[in-house]
Design a protein around this ligand. Sequence first.
Ligand code: SF4
Ligand code: SF4
Length: 313
Amino acid sequence: MIYGNIYDIQKFSVHDGPGIRTDVYLKGCPLTCVWCHSPESQTFGPDLAYMEIKCIGTDICGECVKVCPNGAVTVGEPTVNLKGDPITYPVIDRGECSLCLKCADACPSKGLFNTLRRVSVEDCMRPIRQDKRYYDKSGGGVTISGGEPMSQFEFCEALAMACKEEGFSVALDTTGFAPTEHYLKILPYVDLFLFDLKHMDSERSKKLTGVPNELIKKNAKELADAGARFQIRFPIIPNLNDSEDNIRATAEFCLAIKHAIDVVQLLPFHKMGQSKYERLGKKYRMNASPPNAEFMERQRRIFADCGLPAQVG
Ligand code: SF4
Ligand code: SF4
């Protein structure tokens, strides 16, 4: 049986492809985009996450403090919870944590948890099947996302095949950074590629995302020539990739594969992932403000003026 590492399955998603969808989020990504809004998706292994709102307090519980073999969890200062009741929360010293996850196993309220779930294809298919009628009515289906789902190619391919076998439409949300032969191999089981374009200059791409862009561009072109359909996703990140030069270069690149593009989505930067960094004890590196609607519309028009179907969001 093929197993994969995921960090979430989200039902009733309406932002990751057409209609109502079930998103399966595979863990791990070869890119390290500075604006990433899902830090739990970046690592291939386990992560210890802490959500204070779910913790019932060390005075009542304190299991995490008791079981940690490294003394990495201690009792914090007394404070009040959201209801205004007195409570004491644990404090995690990430520098001392060895990720043994004993505290997560002992936590009765899931205040501490491992973001990684090891699952089989069938484990994913069970929740997917439950919403068949919504996919049928809305023109939706399944979106395999991440992280970079193609980094777990065997599992990703097996999941796409299982979905197609049961008649579900499949979208694959990808950075484009995986071997070309893998994309061509999975193509028969993918109805739509949600394909990211982040920077057209390879040096800048490397600086901002950790990888150059030649392979990404090559994959987009080869897939387009092989009959793939695309929803291009272009995140607009203030001062990092929103220069006119980069916007026009991205539009030019899209023009070359226009025949394969259903829509270019310009996605304004947002800060919704910030709290997830806190949960994982990681540093959030962005301090930009989201671009305003007028700016986004001007960028959209650059694509539209080239004859490309383009939308904001
Ligand atoms: S995961 Fe880290 S904090 Fe939790 S018990 Fe293990 S060492 Fe301690
Ligand atoms: S084990 Fe969980 S609920 Fe108990 S104190 Fe620790 S984080 Fe809070």
